[in-house]
Ligand binder design. Sequence first.
Ligand SMILES: [Zn+2]
Length: 74
Amino acid sequence: MKCKYCEKILLDDTDLVLNYFHHIEINHYDSLDDEDKMMHDIRKKFLKSKKDYEFKKKNIGDSDLIFNTKNSEI
Ligand SMILES: [Zn+2]
């Protein structure tokens, strides 16, 4: 996939969306028009909350595991 704002080619792998997002953030954020900027900010918030959620989920999952291990010893 080619970048919408420059000649850079981004590899079509599973991280494409994330890679493209970071590429825009670093290289083109200032040149985005208002609508694209807004979309970018929304995506940024979404990615951040998704990250927080996965982090939380992981922690809860870990404590669940500890709890279950303790339980099975009884
Ligand atoms: Zn670009």
